[in-house]
Design a protein around this ligand. Sequence first.
Ligand code: 0X9
Ligand code: ZN
Length: 290
Amino acid sequence: MVQLAQTYPDKVTLVNGGPTYEGRPVNYLRVSTTNFQDLSKPVVFIMSLLHSREWIGQAATLYALDKLLINNTESDLINDIDWIIMPTANPDGYIFSHDSDRFWRKNRRFGSSCMGVDLNRNYDINWGTESSDSPCSETYHGTEPFSEPETVVHKKIFEEHQDRVLVFLDIHSFGSYVLYGYGNGELPPNGEALSSAAISIGDAIDAAKLPNNPNYTVGNLAQTLYPASGGSQDYALSVGVPYAYCLELPAFRGSTSITGFLVDPEFVEQAGYETWEGIKAGARFALNSN
Ligand code: 0X9
Ligand code: ZN
């Protein structure tokens, strides 16, 4: 990310959104041909690794950066959109998943019984209704909405670009899903458009995926997977982002157990490629409807 900002100073700015619980930077890139000054342009915000064990999502986000900047063939996407790209939304958890526990999901907030808050239950939207108040749970929501410094960084990005964020993609794994809110099963007022764009994302990924991998399942989170509250995509919807999704990238070699989070080295580039096809489809659907 430092290198991209140095190589493309006219297009890329590296921003540290503020320290994590353990004091690390939360870095993201602003990618814009007009230095974020043209307020008529929509913003597409992509993040990954909110759950630290879901490494394949980070690779897919980096692939998208490569396609936007180094190997760009999509002039509309770089000219007509300002991008915010945050490959590592939970840096403390990510380091911990390398150094200590490959399957760490939450952040690293200290708790006397157990460590960590599930950042994807900590946003201020229906907070605490479909999540756990036990610090030892993998879906522990924290002591209050936005109790965690990491989710506050994400919140500030939405605030900073109020009314300009047209698409928000939170890239997770695993399971081959395009999910949208709300996590309690209720649809936002633009539910129909939200669903149509999701279908176009899913179709684009399906057309690019490996034949042996399953088709993506597209739908409302609660109706398709399980109910959840306080999630990033729900928060985005609630602050007026029209097209907000959680992508679940495919499982490691079809695994249905926790090993589904592992990354097949041979799949990394393909995951980036097919996810980029989905990102492009979503961004173009949104641009055309804007
Ligand atoms: O449960 C989750 O947080 C996500 N699935 S995962 O296996 N990656 O943990 C799905 C969340 C999608 N919904 C929201 N963002 N609300
Ligand atoms: Zn996840």
